[in-house]
Structures are given as C-alpha cells and as structure tokens.
Design a protein around this ligand. Sequence first.
Ligand SMILES: Nc1ncnc2c1ncn2[C@@H]1O[C@H](COP(=O)(O)OP(=O)(O)O)[C@@H](O)[C@H]1O
Ligand SMILES: [Mg+2]
Length: 256
Amino acid sequence: MGELVELHGVVKKFGRVAALRGVSLCLRRGEVVGLLGPNASGKTTLLKIIMGFIRPDRGEVRVLGRDPYLDPSIRARVGYVPEDVLLYDSLTVREFLYFMGRMRKMDPSTYIDRARLLATLFEIEDKMDCLVGSLSKGDRQKLALISALLHEPDVLILDEPLASLDLVAARVLKEVLREIRSRGGGVIISTHILSLAEAICDRIYLMNEGLIVAEGDLRSIKEVVGADEDLEEVLLKLTKKDEVLEALIRILKEEF
Ligand SMILES: Nc1ncnc2c1ncn2[C@@H]1O[C@H](COP(=O)(O)OP(=O)(O)O)[C@@H](O)[C@H]1O
Ligand SMILES: [Mg+2]
C-alpha cells in the first residue's frame, strides 16, 4: 500500500491569484500532519484539491491511490470538515446524521450506533432531536465532526476545526485523532494555532504564499532555521514578512 495522500507539483490559480505554486506533500499511514500558515497561504485550496472538489491546473493528486477529482467514490473512505460548515438546518441532529449515513451507503444499525456513540463522546446526545438550525456554533462544529467521523474514514481532512470548539470537544477530538492514527489511518489538519500543532501533529508543513516553505517535525524545522528559536521566530524567518507576521503571531499565540 502506498501513501494515503500524495501531491506532486500541484499548481492552482484563480484568475491572476496563484493560490498554489507547486506543492508536493504526502500523508502516510498512522500520521497526523499539520498544515500551518498565515491567511491566504493556500491551505483551504490544498484541502479542497485533496477532496477532489477542485481540479488543479497542474500536478498530480492521489488519495488512497486514486485521483479524487476523477474518482469521487474515494470520498466514502475520507472524512472532511470544511472551514465553513454547511449543515441542513431544517433537519434534527438525528435526521441529519442518519441521512449522512444513508448517503454513504452505511448499514442502518452501524450508523445508528455510531451516531449515538459519537454524540455521547462529544456531549451532544441530549441534542439529538433538536433542529440543526437551533444549535450553537460550537455544537454545529461538533456535528460537522461527528458527520465526518460517522463512517470511520481512513483519511480525515480538517480545515481549521477548533475555532469554536470547547475544551472538552477539543480533548475528544485529540482522542479521535489518536484512534485514527493507531488503526493506520491518517489526518491532515490545517490550523493557525501553533500549540495545537505542537501537541498533536507528527509532522508539519509550513505554507506561505502558495508554497511549502518548511517540512518536518517541529524540532527539525527549528534546526533548519537555527537552533533554539521558538516557533514564532521560525515562522517569521521562513515567511519573511515581518510586519504582517507580527500581527499574525499575536493570534498564533492564542492558547489551545
Ligand atoms: N474560489 C476562489 N476564487 C478566487 N480566489 C480564491 C478562491 N479560493 C481561494 N482564493 C484565493 O487563493 C488564495 C489562497 O486561499 P486559501 O486557500 O483559502 O488560503 P488559506 O486557507 O490558507 O487562508 C487567497 O489569495 C484566496 O483569496
Ligand atoms: Mg483557509
């Protein structure tokens, strides 16, 4: 079996904006990989390309050995939580989850059990019969996660998933990521929260302006740039836009 996800020389332009300017990366079995970078560095575009929602202008994309744009059937083995979660507000939580289970052609007894288990883990079991449209932002985020995890995907793609998660849910998510890793699946998580990346990622890709500017575990990234600097300094050096990044780093220092 090859890598779970492989990208080679991926280029994507939107009109004159070069969102990705030649990106190569991989996700191996048993890995949690972090995609770190300032706003507009291309993280969301990259994840959408991995999902097969967008076709790159150039380069090669393989997810579980197939081209995700040409072969959307691989989505049955992939879970995705987008940056802007879209849910069906007029369904109840239960209806929504069962609907997702049916869409993925899961066995009813499997999706019913799994929905109950995940709702309990994320502590929204008492909301099963509430309308999705009535949920708080944090609960919507939980529901999006549960929906992405319902079918026990081999590959989980999370785009900035923690913005509105409470501490309990964040801890549950970390456990879920560990579980996926231990059964040989993989996770790609985009975030601008450095402490999160440090806490849960085996490997990190640092992006800036459509390019990967550094790759490795945090320690080796720091070594490349010069030892014993903290990660904020590393980011500054690699992205070389001091004024912009000063502002960014204030956000990055938010505690996870
Ligand atoms: N559908 C689109 N149309 C035009 N420009 C886009 C589109 N999607 C992304 N971009 C541009 O591509 C760049 C990368 O965006 P994005 O991938 O969302 O970055 P990030 O997720 O790191 O913030 C940005 O300059 C953004 O404005
Ligand atoms: Mg984004």
